[in-house]
Each structure stands twice: as C-alpha cells, then as structure tokens.
Design a protein around this ligand. Sequence first.
Ligand SMILES: Cc1ncc(COP(=O)(O)O)c(C=O)c1O
Length: 391
Amino acid sequence: MFASRTNWLLTPNRLSREIEELRRKRLPLLDLTESNPTKCGFAFDKQAILEALANPQALSYAPDPRGMLRARQAVASYYAERGITLDPGRIFLTTSTSEAYSYVFRLLADPGDTILVPQPSYPLFDFLAGLNDVRVIPYPLIYDQGWQIDLPALEKRLQPDARAILVVHPNNPTGSFVRQSELAELLALCQGHDVALVADEVFADYSLAADRQRVVSHAAITEALTFTLSGLSKISALPQMKLAWLVVNGPPQHLPGGLARMEIIADTYLSMSAPLALALPGLLETRRTLQPQILERVASNLHLLDARLASDQPVSRLVVEGGWYAILRLPSIRTDEEWALELARKDGVLVHPGHFFDFGSEGHLVISLLTEQEVFQEGIVRILTRVASSA
Ligand SMILES: Cc1ncc(COP(=O)(O)O)c(C=O)c1O
C-alpha cells in the first residue's frame, strides 16, 4: 500500500516510551532538551507580532513565485546589515527551512543521488532527504579542542552521484561555524566535482564571541552554485510563524538556470500566504529585542555550567562557538541512551543522547542552553551527582 520511502520505524524508542510514561504519571521533570523558544520565558513583543499579522493588504491575491517583493526586500536588508548585498530576485520565501531543503533537493538530485551532510548534525536530514528520494552520506566533524570539518574524509565520500555538500553554520548541536579556510577548500571541491553548496544558517546570529576566521554568511558566494537557508524560527525565535527563505547564488554558468528552475518549483506550490509575507518585515524586526535575551540566556547557562564543572568532575563540556546547545562528555561506562534513560528515570532530568544527532562515538549528551535558569541549574546538579555516584 505504501511507498518504501515511508518505511520508517514507527514504534517509539525506549527513551521516548520512558518519557511518555513519566509524563503520564505526572512526575515532575527537569527538561534540559527544551528548545522551543516560545516556552522558555522570553519576553516577545506581542503587540508588534499581532499588528504585523493584521495587514489589510492580505485581503487581495497577488501571487509571486518568490514570495512578495516587500518581504524579500526586508530579507535583503537583513543581509545588508551583515555587509552582504543581495538582489531580492535571488531570494525565495518558503514556509520553513525544511520546505527550502525540499526545493533544493528537488532541483539538484535525481532519485538515489547523494547529499553530503555533517556528522554529528541535525536529525531531520535523514527524513528530508528520504522524502525527496535522496541518500544522505555523512562526512565527519572532528573534535580536538574545537570542531573542524574532516575535509579529506569528505572528499573521499564525494562520489559521482553526489549533488551537494551541506554545511550547518553554526552546526546543531556542535555550535561550530565554518571557517574561511574550510570554505575555500569546500568551494574547490564543489568546483572540481560539479556539486552545489547548501548552507543552513538558521543559528548564524547566535554567536558567543566574534571570530574573524569565520565565514560571515554563504549568501553571497559566487564560486559555486550555493543555496543559503534561514528563517524566523531561530532569527526571531518564532517557529510557529512558518517563515523561512532560501538565497540562490553562484557562477554565471549555473545561476540563471538555477534561478529559472527554482522559480518553477516555487510557482508550483506558491506556499507563502499573503498575511505572513506581509508580516515578515515586522516579525524580522522583533529579533532586535529577542536575540539579546537569548544570547544572555545561552551565555549565563554556559557560565553556570562551567562553574559547576570547574571542580574535578568526570563530566566536561565541549567547546561551543554558537547556537543553542551544549554537549556534555560523560564517562563511556554506559551508552548515551542508558545515561539518558537513567537520568530520566532516577533523577527526572531529560537530556538528548548523542546518538540522536548521530555522534560517531558514545559518551555525549546534548542539552539546550535555552532552558530556564533554575531548571538548568538543578538539572546540571542532578546530572553531576548521578555521574559521580556511578563512576
Ligand atoms: C539546523 C537546523 N535547521 C533548520 C531548523 C528548523 O528550521 P524551520 O523551523 O525553519 O524548518 C532547525 C531546527 O531546530 C535546525 O536545527
């Protein structure tokens, strides 16, 4: 009855079942995985958000495959503040980054073609690729006092069926940005193998410290056909608005064809609703009051974590440059799944096991730095007590 691309494992895993059971029993839980910004106690400008959604111009229909020009101009201004000049004609509005990925995969890949994705990274890639009949080939990020792309390993995985190299900037959950030196090598690989670059920059505004060696944005790249994805789910902490975009850029031999084909894909769906497109400029503006709150939460949670880890602890944290997550390294006397299960069951603390993000080895737990501070503090104390009593 069903297509093989939907042959997912439909039964919940052990950890999800356990958490469901704890919730059913209404046991108090400290959720250190909370990364829904609308549930983390931030002060949103409610009036500005609601006013942005009530534009009378939404009463008429004037379809544009790329999405309303005024909204794309607001996106172009967002990049202009980063020193990047963009023609709004290269911007396509979408209802999510996920939808943008689908457009890009449909544009680039035939069934069975491959897309190279970082490992560890965002768990949704397998699903997004599978739904578009594309295969994901992971390339390793290696950790040595900081994360870097294993470029020789990436090159080996670039087979003739490869269509794109995907980078997440900064990556979820490692919080690592692409460096300019890495980008130069990635572009040489894209040119040499005739593949595109796809850059997910949804967390790009959440940098913990400036670093000149980092790429500012991939949106202005012209050396290879490049798709840069971002949106309001992280920029303005409004995932419920379903507003995102992709920027197409590249060399003259690929760019016109890429834009023309992308226009037909976008025209087929015309998925951006008028009220949302009209709201985009106002909703994008609300980032100015939201981002400082998030950056402050992330920095103070990290500070709190470091203060707890300062004494001789069997737990450490990996270097984080940006994003909303921290990675804890624990003794590998248990699997990540077992640590997460034990913490949930015995301590009422919820964490992500590393395998959720496809870590290459055991001993990693991922926690959200958006977590409200009291919950975060108590959760960390319980994790450290549990590990100390187990080691
Ligand atoms: C790397 C990355 N890209 C995209 C998204 C989601 O973006 P959207 O809500 O626009 O689909 C997330 C959400 O966590 C993410 O971690």
